[in-house]
Design a protein around this ligand. Structure first.
Ligand code: GLC
Length: 476
């Protein structure tokens, strides 16, 4: 099958969050499947252009209209021996190559509309007629719409898939954007119009052959206003598939992770305790204690549930525990968390940093991983934590609900500790249950951690589900 994937980020080239991890692993996993041929399109950001380790070759260039604008489109291809997965970068200095930003510019709508249209033009230029065009989040949403509006004759049999990784960001623009920038046939105005403005995610939802999201529970939740950020009505009209993400177990692997003090596996977990000792030393936590380390590695954003943590912080710090938080984000959370660390030297450490190597050492050295998210489409950190033998304590929402089955003390079944409603006391209750098991029955605790390490979170299963979806779509 010929599959074109389009996204605004993919590790290791550019990553700001979970989407970047998914776009690194999913295309690679699909390319392993016999008969598949993939290409992945990304913007050629300054950060990628200036990275001496990313070697590219020019494949061609042309000029393209975006409404009344004439824009240059350059196509660069990653030099790689992987014939079945080609990575292409869309080059344009005005929109990407000369700016430091990935997201957050005043003209993001125009930047990513340009990118989406350029991807379709590049596919045409390369004469890569995809069987499946698969776009992710609003930044590539318009590729589906341009495909339908302008390329129907060139690839009449293409099937289109749109995946929502986070419905909070939808690509809103004012009503004039349709004619000023997008330059689409009038019949698409209705698909893109929402509340008198333009909403690019809505356009893709309506036009795509199928819409998916990154867990089964989130697919359900998106039908309700609480989760859907106003798109619930539009999403209720569609059949939504939920396919839970995996993690790249070649990247996130405690047996080989070069950032760790000591590599370890489920069969030989002693190495994990060396990492715990080393983490305490690295972060200036007390070493003369048996306390469990509770950790979070996160963007400090509202929906990650940081306010719940702040609310219970005083009571939490009365327990015999140690707390480690790594992340950057909203200033009010950075201040609040830093002040907890200041008040509890040796017991709490807060690192305002985005540091993947430190993150690895925290996943390895901690006992419990906290994720009290208000909503969570899938969440990758809880999967990484479990893979590193760190037991999750999570809000039962979205992908967290699907991947962290509650621990049952009677039977020993389950993977972690969960709480149902978005409530600080319930969160503290779940932490207390976890800490209770840690202190009262260490054998069971260790068995739980080991069990979590042994679960298969690789991309093999989700990639097979995507293949099944593509195959069904093509047979229609
Ligand atoms: C977004 C979501 C996160 C998900 C990731 C990858 O970042 O917030 O829950 O895991 O996308 O799909």
């Amino acid at each position: 099958m010929k599959i074109a994937m389009v996204a605004s980020e993919a590790a290791p080239f550019v990553k700001t969050g979970g989407l970047g991890d998914v776009m690194q692993a999913l295309p690679a996993e699909l390319a392993k499947i016999k008969g598949n041929e993939l290409c992945l399109f990304l913007p050629y950001y300054k950060k990628i252009k200036q990275n001496p380790n990313i070697e590219v070759e020019s494949v061609g260039s042309f000029s393209m209209e975006l409404s009344w604008r004439e824009s240059y489109v350059g196509i660069f291809r990653l030099k790689s021996r992987k014939k079945k997965l080609q990575v292409y970068f869309i080059d344009n200095d005005y929109y990407f190559g000369a700016r430091g930003t990935i997201y957050g510019d005043f003209d993001d709508g125009e930047r990513f509309a340009y990118f989406s249209k350029a991807v379709m033009a590049a596919l045409y230029y390369l004469d890569f007629k995809p069987d499946i065009l698969h776009c992710h989040d609003w930044q590539s949403a318009m590729a589906l719409v341009y495909c339908r509006a302008l390329y129907g004759q060139w690839c009449p049999y293409v099937k289109t898939v749109f995946t929502i990784h986070n419905v909070e960001y939808q690509g809103w623009a004012d009503a004039g954007f349709f004619s000023n920038t997008l330059g689409l046939p009038e019949e698409y105005l209705g698909h893109l119009t929402f509340d008198g403005a333009i909403n690019m995610m809505k356009g893709a939802i309506e036009v795509a052959d199928i819409v998916t999201t990154v867990s089964k529970t989130y697919a359900e939740e998106l039908r309700y206003p609480y989760f859907a950020h106003r798109l619930d009505g539009v999403l209720r009209e569609k059949w939504l598939w939920g396919i839970t993400n995996g993690i790249d177990t070649t990247v996130f692997n405690p047996e080989t992770d070069p950032a760790l003090k000591q590599n370890y596996s489920a069969k030989k977990m002693e190495g994990k305790w060396d990492n715990k000792r080393a983490l305490r030393e690295e972060l200036g936590l007390r070493t003369d204690t048996d306390a469990p380390i509770l950790a979070m590695v996160t963007r400090l954003a509202g929906h990650k549930g940081i306010d719940l943590l702040c609310y219970i912080a005083n009571r939490l710090m009365e327990r015999e525990i140690q707390l480690v938080i790594v992340g950057t984000g909203e200033k009010q959370y950075e201040y609040a968390l830093s002040s907890i660390a200041k008040q509890h030297p040796g017991k709490a450490s807060v690192q305002l940093a985005f540091d993947p190597a430190l993150a690895s050492r925290v996943y390895a050295g901690a006992d419990m991983y906290l994720m009290p998210s208000k909503s969570e489409p899938c969440g990758l950190s809880q999967l990484i934590a479990m893979h590193y033998g760190t037991v999750p304590v999570v809000a039962s929402t979205g992908g967290l609900r699907d991947t962290v089955l509650p621990y049952n003390a009677e039977t020993g079944e389950g993977r972690g500790f969960t709480f149902q409603s978005y409530n600080a006391d319930d969160f503290l209750g779940a932490i207390d249950r976890a800490v209770g098991l840690y202190y009262n029955d260490r054998d069971r605790w260790n068995a739980l951690a080991k069990h979590d390490m042994e679960i298969d979170f690789s991309w093999r299963v989700p990639a097979a589900e995507y293949m099944q979806l593509y195959t069904e779509l093509r047979s229609k």
